[in-house]
Write a protein that binds this ligand. Structure first.
Ligand code: HEM
Length: 308
């Protein structure tokens, strides 16, 4: 098996394939919820490399809200079904961006139904419910924020206007998911993050969750020491997309020199390898086909075509 095929297989094992015709095809000309072929969302979320590099930091930022952390810690199967969870989360981002309007709406409604059962009490006694618009807004925001930063740094530099367009497009999805308000511009994002900062913290649940992400499950199924070191370096690299205070809070801070000499290189290499192996997501190819029948698809490279 070629090296490229192995990377494609690894990406698809962890993230899923996302090529279901019933989600991405049909409904000719339907641009879906995020703006269609000329949108920033299709450019940025169509870059699997940015989703991979930014993914960990989005998840870590989400769970810095102790209510989100409690919901995930107590009621998610992330420990027993981590791959399923990763595939469903990536699937949500891709379906809501590239799926037909009907398919995107369906997944949003299905996930809302799942969330309607996620209620409880935090270890510090505060009650939470996943459908609390404040929590939905925070989790929603962390995803485009991290992916946009990854694209901007390791894809192509974005202008402020392009970032604003992306956030505005993605905000539609956040509001449909149950948020009352989400930031739609970089200025609003900065203000919002500053307002949310006092509500964010790290507790035992967060520590254990971040350890788990790094492969330290605390049990016999823990990854090897080498894999855990690689895992921690990966989390650090991804968190370098986030503000310094969040990196200090999560013990993922490193000085600028280490960023230049190692982490930027590692992130860039990871992004480069993903783009080389997976130049176009199957769901984006199908969505382009849906919007422009018979033309752009012929030119689009599939991972299989490139690997062979
Ligand atoms: C816009 C914000 C959010 C998005 C996009 C999102 C996304 C998702 C997705 C895609 C699933 C998988 C559903 C499935 O199994 O197919 C899910 C499940 C879940 N979400 Fe969320 N979520 C959000 C907010 C939240 C919040 C605020 C909490 C906690 C307070 C939360 C806790 C959970 C839990 C516990 C599950 C069940 C996971 C499992 O079955 O293991 N989510 N969410």
């Amino acid at each position: 098996m070629s090296f490229k095929r192995r990377i494609i297989d690894e990406l698809e094992t962890v993230g899923g394939r996302h090529d279901e015709p019933e989600i991405y095809s049909g409904a000719p000309g339907d641009p879906g919820l995020a703006g269609g072929p000329d949108s920033m969302s299709w450019e940025i979320n169509g870059d699997l490399a940015s989703l991979v590099v930014g993914g960990s930091s989005a998840i870590i930022m989400e769970v810095l809200h102790p209510s989100v952390m409690a919901g995930v810690f107590e009621q998610s199967s992330y420990r027993t079904e981590p791959i399923q969870r990763a595939q469903n989360t990536l699937g949500y981002v891709l379906r809501t961006t590239f799926g037909t309007t009907a398919a995107a709406t369906r997944v949003i409604e299905r996930v809302k139904k799942v969330h309607s059962h996620i209620n409880g009490t935090r270890p510090d006694g505060v009650p939470y419910r996943a459908l609390d618009p404040e929590l939905i807004a925070w989790v929603h925001t962390c995803i485009p924020w991290a992916v946009m930063n990854a694209f901007d740094r390791y894809g192509r530099p974005l202008t402020t206007a392009e970032k604003d367009r992306y956030l505005t497009e993605q905000a539609v999805i956040g509001r449909m998911g149950g948020a009352e308000w989400v930031p739609e511009t970089t200025a609003e994002l900065d203000d919002y993050v500053a307002r949310m900062k006092p509500k964010l913290s790290l507790n035992e649940q967060t520590r254990s969750f971040i350890d788990f992400l790094a492969g330290d499950t605390g049990g016999p199924d823990a990854a090897s020491t080498r894999k855990q070191v690689e895992g921690r370096l990966g989390l650090r690299g991804s968190m370098s997309l986030m503000p310094d205070w969040a990196r200090h809070l999560t013990s993922t801070y490193h000085p600028a020199l280490a960023q230049r000499l190692y982490f930027d290189q590692a992130n860039r290499l990871q992004a480069g390898v993903v783009r080389w192996a997976y130049p176009e997501l199957p769901c984006k190819r199908l969505a382009l086909e849906r919007c422009a029948p018979g033309t752009r698809v012929a030119a689009a490279a599939t991972p299989e075509a490139v690997a062979s």
